[in-house]
Design a protein around this ligand. Structure first.
Ligand SMILES: NC(=O)c1ccc[n+]([C@@H]2O[C@H](COP(=O)([O-])OP(=O)(O)OC[C@H]3O[C@@H](n4cnc5c(N)ncnc54)[C@H](O)[C@@H]3O)[C@@H](O)[C@H]2O)c1
Ligand SMILES: O=P(O)(O)OC[C@@H](O)[C@@H](O)[C@H](O)[C@H](O)CO
Length: 400
């Protein structure tokens, strides 16, 4: 007797969905049903037998073909029907943190259909760059659930937080055959909270995924190191007129500021908080800086700097490590420079950047820094950010 098909639903057939989560699930034996608002991508996923994931490392360029995938449009009822299918036992997302609230209503309807169909337990893992993103999704799902479903969902649905790491910039399809193809770095890390998973028909056995009971340390290590350094490189590089992350990190001033922020400030705090081995942590940082310098990725600073207000939110990649460093009495000069550069990010095609610049123009930088960061006007950290802001502004925006 053949084993029944094992299926996963993945929300967001974008860079991370097609370039990382989808292929890893396929490799682990799943048929992946992508769901997205983009009808063309869904159509293509159904029309093509496979697409390619190109590994873009300097010393290793090759591609892997991904098949056993299909698609349903996320605004149609097809996705609800998929939830009712008992061969589905995993749901993942990579849509962007701000979209979680939007997909929660669909997930709630899907879970209702699953309960009615007696589809059995399943696990949900949101793969977005933020601390405890699946818990946030869970809250949104519960606000959309009818009262009658809540106890069933509580018992049968695992909402597992995770940390997800692979640099996947938008890919120029002229480099390959199809616009479904994706270019990714070879490196990846996906760490999932083991305790939150429910027992499903088949045990959760994802190739290359680390299950841990200490997720907070992994999440903070990744977000407060990789994403902190990435955002700093993007904002400082942007001010200098540099277009891509690899070019920006090769600029010695950017490099030294980012490395000092990661080694001596964010990193020193993380080492204290999570008792990481200092030498291993420094190697982790240096490997990240090497990954940033990968010229094959052609990762634009405007992708990495996107949505500056989200990146400047409390507990995210810039203020999270700065607050942690301050808690331990550590310096924050380099982190403050990165934060100041974010306040100067004026790529006006980005809605959040435009909103931030408009606020600074009408309310003044001092007030906006205080409101966004929570650091009181006149306080030490507020002063440090303002001084760095004025320095950078004089140097790079003196005509404004
Ligand atoms: N790209 C990376 O290097 C990387 C790495 C780790 C984590 N992430 C995280 O993964 C998430 C996605 O990033 P990305 O780079 O893949 O972005 P992306 O823009 O390439 O992909 C997002 C996809 O979500 C789809 N989408 C938007 N609204 C939707 C909705 N309401 N329902 C269904 N689909 C919807 C979009 O059409 C798009 O295909 C983000 O949270 C990001 O922080 C990205
Ligand atoms: O996706 P964002 O906007 O939260 O952050 C931009 C990048 O820093 C991010 O996508 C990284 O490439 C990724 O986190 C690498 O694992």
């Amino acid at each position: 007797m053949s084993t029944p098909q094992h299926k996963a639903i993945h929300f967001g057939a974008g860079n991370i969905g097609r370039g990382f989560i989808g292929p890893l699930l396929v490799d682990s034996g799943y048929h992946v049903v992508f769901t997205d608002v983009n009808k063309e991508v869904i159509q293509q996923l159904n029309d093509q037998d496979s697409y390619d994931v190109l590994i873009l490392d300097e010393d290793e360029e090759h591609h892997n073909s991904v098949s056993n995938v299909s698609g349903v449009v996320s605004t149609s009822d097809d996705v609800i029907h998929e939830f009712a299918d008992s061969t589905v036992d995993l749901v993942t997302t990579a849509v962007g943190p701000t979209i979680l609230e939007k997909i929660a209503a669909t997930i709630a309807k899907g879970l209702h259909a699953r309960r009615e169909a007696k589809g059995g337990p399943l696990n949900i893992i949101a793969c977005e760059n933020m601390v405890n993103q699946t818990s946030l999704l869970r809250d949104h799902v519960f606000s959309n659930l009818p009262e009658e479903d809540k106890a069933w969902v509580e018992e049968n649905v695992g909402f597992a937080n995770c940390s997800v790491d692979r640099i996947v910039p938008p890919f120029d399809p002229s480099q390959s055959g199809s616009s479904l193809d994706v270019g990714v770095e070879g490196f990846y890390e996906w760490v999932v909270d083991k305790d939150a998973l429910r027992r499903t028909r088949a045990p959760v056995n994802l190739k290359g995924v680390k299950l841990t009971t200490e997720l907070q340390a992994y999440i903070e290590r990744k977000l407060f190191t990789l994403n902190c350094g990435h955002a700093m490189t993007a904002y400082l590089g942007y001010l200098k007129g540099l277009d891509t992350i690899d070019v920006a990190i090769r600029d010695s001033e950017v490099h030294d500021t980012v490395r000092a922020a990661l080694w001596n400030e964010a990193g020193a705090a993380l080492v204290r908080r999570h008792k990481f081995d200092e030498e291993e942590y420094r190697q982790y940082v240096d490997k990240i800086l090497e990954r940033f310098a990968n010229p094959c990725l052609k990762d634009e600073v405007v992708r990495v700097g996107r949505e500056p207000l989200r990146k400047l939110s409390k507990g995210d990649r810039l203020l999270g490590p700065a607050s942690m460093a301050l808690e331990y009495g550590l310096p924050t000069d380099n982190l403050s420079k990165g934060i100041a550069a974010a306040f100067l990010y004026d790529a006006l095609d980005d809605r959040q950047a435009a909103e931030l610049q408009k606020r600074i123009e009408s309310e003044g930088i001092g007030k906006v820094v205080a409101d966004v960061t929570g650091f009181e006007e006149g306080g030490e950290e507020h002063k440090r950010i303002l001084e760095a802001y004025e320095d950078l502004r004089r140097k790079y925006r003196s005509s404004k």
